[in-house]
Design a protein around this ligand. Structure first.
Ligand code: NAP
Length: 259
């Protein structure tokens, strides 16, 4: 199953922590060559070391996904290290929580640049690779927050995550000529270091509101990304998959007590 990932060159932006780290390790276990792109090299090098210790192949490059030169450099380094990019996992993102009354234009711009503009930049930078190879795969990490749900403090974040889905509809049409698909995974609440910073009370309340009664694991998102990247998913493009333990399903709090 999913043997098509073996030896593929995969860039995972934000692969040094959280969901991206999970995606990177899932792909590495399937025999992919993984480039981890992030700003902080200590975490990135630690993530690479974990993959290599488990018998996988990985490297890392210092990248700011909001910066065009840096993104172009990410692709250049990846091609020099492993060869042309087969799969891009556009995953890096930030989720600072701030209510509209306190939100400054710079807060908005920073979230949009890191979460949304970066998706455009990373896809654009990989197109020449996909064109040369005659095929490619893009998997975007969006969210349920924005496209489906709301959460106080995350208006900018939600807009950026919904924006990624708007982007991928047209991108799917344009990438089709390069035999390249683009799809999005929409995680619910996934247990990461980033989410842990929001505190135990947030985590407990979230777990209680999920029909499967637990937060997701980073590998749950990695497995969904793996499917979209596989040959088996070659006829799926411009689509999105919610991976949330049923979190968006309850009509009311009462309905959860009926489970
Ligand atoms: P995380 O644990 O905070 O990790 C974020 C990753 O992105 C880190 O590797 C970070 O490394 C990198 N990053 C941040 N800004 C970057 C930049 N400008 N350039 C390059 N890399 C950057 O976050 P996470 O929870 O795993 O979230 C990952 C993605 O999943 C995000 O797109 C988020 O919106 C989405 N998501 C998460 C959840 C959840 O429950 N955790 C739910 C829905 C969606 P550096 O800081 O070193 O650069």
């Amino acid at each position: 199953m999913l043997t098509s990932i073996q030896n593929k060159v995969v860039i995972v932006t934000g692969g040094s922590k959280g969901i991206g780290k999970g995606i990177a390790s899932v792909f590495a276990r399937q025999g992919a060559k993984v480039m981890i792109a992030a700003r902080g090299m200590a975490d990135a090098e630690a993530a690479v070391a974990e993959i290599v210790a488990a018998g996988g192949t990985a490297a890392c490059c210092k990248t700011d996904v909001a910066d065009w030169q840096s993104v172009k450099n990410m692709v250049k380094i990846t091609e020099a290290e492993f060869g042309p990019v087969d799969i891009l996992c556009a995953n890096a993102g930030i989720f600072p929580q701030i209510k509209l009354i306190d939100m400054e234009p710079d807060d908005w711009d920073s979230v949009m640049a890191t979460n949304l503009k970066s998706t455009f930049l990373c896809v654009k930078a990989c197109i020449p690779s996909f064109e040369r190879a005659g095929k490619g795969r893009v998997v975007v990490t969006s969210s349920i927050t924005g496209p489906i749900t709301g959460y106080p403090g995350w208006a900018h974040y939600g807009a950026s995550k919904a924006g990624q889905l708007g982007f991928l509809k047209t991108a799917a049409m344009e990438l089709a000529r390069y035999n390249t698909t683009i799809n999005a995974v929409m995680p619910g609440n996934i247990m990461t270091e980033g989410l842990q910073d929001l505190g135990q009370e947030y985590l407990d309340t979230m777990a209680a509101s999920i029909p499967l009664k637990r937060l997701g694991a980073v590998e749950d998102i990695g497995n969904a990304a793996l499917f979209f990247a596989s040959d088996e998913a070659s006829y799926i493009t411009g689509q999105q998959m919610v991976v949330d333990g049923g979190q968006i399903l309850p009509e009311s709090l009462e309905s959860l007590s009926e489970i």
